[in-house]
Design a protein around this ligand. Structure first.
Ligand code: NAD
Length: 427
């Protein structure tokens, strides 16, 4: 089963269990539109290479579509579609007025020079310029894309349309209309969700050892906030492997060292001097199976599956990556009493602050960092509580409860549009 089939099966199963009208569930099984584009790229040596770019808008019942752009060699149409579907559910979970979309380019950005990367970002925007727009479809960063890349894309869009339209893309540099707090938003949102669950379960930070797969934007900010709150970060990883120490790591030292050397090593830094501390090198697979209280997959999808689910020991998993757990092992985890904080809640801080950025762009009135953080905390708390209420009252898993919240909201929006879908032959 590929990632899209897995995502569709989950929507079908959880939608039926939640009692959502079958026509609504059936409508969520298809994208609104997808564009596949070839992006010719002039390389620095004068040669030309061709890359494939995708953009899919899944569902726009709640508002203009929203979703990141991923630059990764494993990007595929199926993956982009699955991510667009999850964005639809996620925006509904946190109740922001957006539908779901996603985009990507099949490329290893580490192989490109900065100028090649800029030309690729601009080529992507040229190809998608008629599909995106501040009231239609609003991209953002995802894996291996960042504020700089969003800035280039925003600039390209402005040139094509001969006007400044900062609301066309979020996650921009602050100087181009980006929001304070956007860089940390996904990690902070995840932290808020984890804290709220810990409160409900009366779990103490000092007694919680954490393993985090993926020490990128989301993984790093979450690790930083958890450590500051008293959690012990005992393992982190990147694409090359993982490091483990039961004593715990100093997150800022790891980050500083990784920024300077591009290497993840168990170090403790004072100023610019970093010393190696006792730790083990382990694989990404071993990290997932560690005996810890909290496991955080924050890199790729599909890392917990039928082949390793029995060896997962953590009693709580917070899905910071999109889709890190295969749908066919949801039940196995639940039967073993493992609580899964689902991606559609845990990583929704990113899209929420992207929404705040879009609101600020439309108002032409930037908010302070405190305002952003306070409003994010409010959105995450309300989303968590609406899920927890169903979890408690209906005895369903946190994921099933999140999908129930989302699909009921989507159903209400679709039904409130009256019968226009019927006349058009749509569900
Ligand atoms: P990023 O590019 O900043 O970092 C990705 C990290 O994953 C890097 O540390 C990289 O080394 C690591 N990685 C790559 N391949 C790996 C592998 N095979 N095994 C282990 N680690 C690997 O990306 P990010 O923005 O932190 O996104 C991480 C995940 O969070 C993705 O699934 C993304 O969709 C999800 N997410 C991110 C945001 C956001 O705002 N950044 C929002 C929602 C969801």
């Amino acid at each position: 089963m590929n990632v899209l089939e897995d995502a569709l099966a989950r929507v079908e199963r959880l939608g039926a269990e939640a009692g959502v009208r079958p026509a609504v569930v059936a409508g969520l099984q298809h994208p609104r539109e997808c564009l596949i584009a070839t992006l010719p790229l002039r390389m620095d040596d004068g040669s030309t290479r061709h890359f494939t770019g995708y953009r899919c808008r899944w569902n726009s019942a709640l508002g203009p579509t929203k979703g990141g752009i991923r630059f990764h060699p494993q990007v595929s149409l199926e993956e982009v579609q699955a991510l667009a579907l999850w964005m639809t559910i996620k925006c509904a979970v946190v109740s922001i007025p957006y539908g779901g979309a996603k985009g990507g380019v099949v490329v290893d950005p580490k192989e490109l020079s900065p100028l090649e990367l800029e030309r690729l970002a601009r080529a992507y925007m040229r190809a998608m310029a008629d599909m995106v727009g501040p009231d239609r479809d609003i991209p953002a960063p995802d894996m291996y894309t960042n504020a700089r890349i969003m800035g280039w894309m925003a600039d390209e869009y402005n040139m094509i349309h001969r006007r400044r339209a900062p609301g066309v893309i979020t996650g921009k540099p602050i100087s181009q209309g980006g929001s304070l707090g956007r860089d940390e938003a996904t990690g902070r949102g995840a932290f808020l969700a984890i804290e709220r669950l810990a409160e409900r379960l009366e779990r103490k930070p000092e007694a919680t050892r954490v393993a985090i797969q993926g020490f990128g934007n989301a993984g790093y900010h979450l690790a930083r906030l958890l450590q500051r709150a008293g959690y012990r970060i005992v393992a982190v990883s990147d694409s090359k492997g993982a490091i483990y120490s039961n004593k715990g790591f100093d997150v800022e030292s790891l980050y500083q060292h990784k920024q300077e050397t591009r290497k993840l090593r168990g170090v403790y830094c004072e100023g610019s001097v970093c010393e190696l501390v006792d730790h083990e090198q382990i694989s990404n697979e071993e990290l997932l199976e560690l005996d810890v209280e909290l496991l955080v997959p924050a890199a790729l999808e599909g890392v917990i599956h039928a082949g390793n689910v029995e060896r997962i020991k953590a009693p709580i998993i917070a899905e910071v990556a999109n889709g890190p757990i295969h749908g066919d092992v949801d039940d196995a985890l639940e039967e073993r009493g493992i609580r899964v904080l689902p991606d559609v809640l845990v990583n929704a801080g990113g899209v929420t602050v992207s929404y705040f950025e879009w609101v600020q762009n439309r108002q032409g009135y930037p908010w302070t960092l405190d305002e952003v953080r306070t409003r994010l905390a409010d959105v995450m708390a309300r989303a968590f509580d609406s899920i927890w209420e169903i979890h408690e009252q209906e005895g369903r898993s946190l994921r099933a409860s999140a999908y129930t919240v989302a699909m009921r909201r989507l159903a209400t929006a679709i039904e409130s549009q009256g019968t226009r879908e019927y006349f058009r032959g749509e569900d």
